[in-house]
Design a protein around this ligand. Structure first.
Ligand code: HEC
Length: 136
């Protein structure tokens, strides 16, 4: 076990059953997302900003990031593991530079208009999860 896994397990013990290890198995909305909408969110430079850091199968996007793994690497992850990484990747890697897309607690220096809001909505998270699971 490496320290990331150890942290993920320690966290899951702390919070009880809400998270199973490094995975959030249940849909945040109770429904499946839409992969086509998810792809649009991932490629969008205003909403997802994923391509600032990641690359992926987007031949139409000229500039893609090299700071993070190609998104096709998500193929080895389960749907729940993908969901956890988008909701809050700092649960697995406290040093992660990836924004927590569905967390509103514990953030610093948040402008008043954005306080208590998440970057993506639960529906948008599920759309992105649905898209990334098609990359398998
Ligand atoms: C500021 C840079 C940044 C942005 C923006 C970003 N990520 Fe990441 N992401 C990372 C880094 C770095 C990692 C590698 C693990 C870590 O350090 O947390 C990662 C890991 C991941 C992983 C796990 C990959 C693997 O193979 O384990 C997934 C899935 C992922 N990101 C999806 C997304 C999606 C979807 C978006 C947009 C909604 C996004 N990321 C936006 C930096 C970023």
């Amino acid at each position: 076990m490496n320290w990331r896994e150890a942290c993920a397990i320690a966290f899951s013990i702390l919070v009880g059953n809400a998270f199973a290890g490094d995975s959030i198995p249940a849909s945040l909305t109770g429904a499946k997302g839409d992969p086509a909408r998810g792809r649009a969110i991932v490629a969008n430079r205003q909403v997802g900003l994923c391509l600032l850091c990641h690359s992926g199968p987007f031949p139409e996007e000229r500039f893609q990031g090299g700071l993070a793994p190609d998104l096709r690497s998500a193929a080895r992850l389960s749907e729940g593991q993908i969901r956890q990484r988008i909701v809050d990747s700092t649960k697995l890697n406290p040093q992660s530079i990836m924004p927590a897309y569905y967390r509103s607690e514990g953030l610093e220096r948040v402008a008043p208009a954005y306080r208590g809001k998440t970057i993506l909505s639960a529906e948008q998270i599920e759309d992105v999860v649905a898209y990334l699971t098609t990359l398998k």
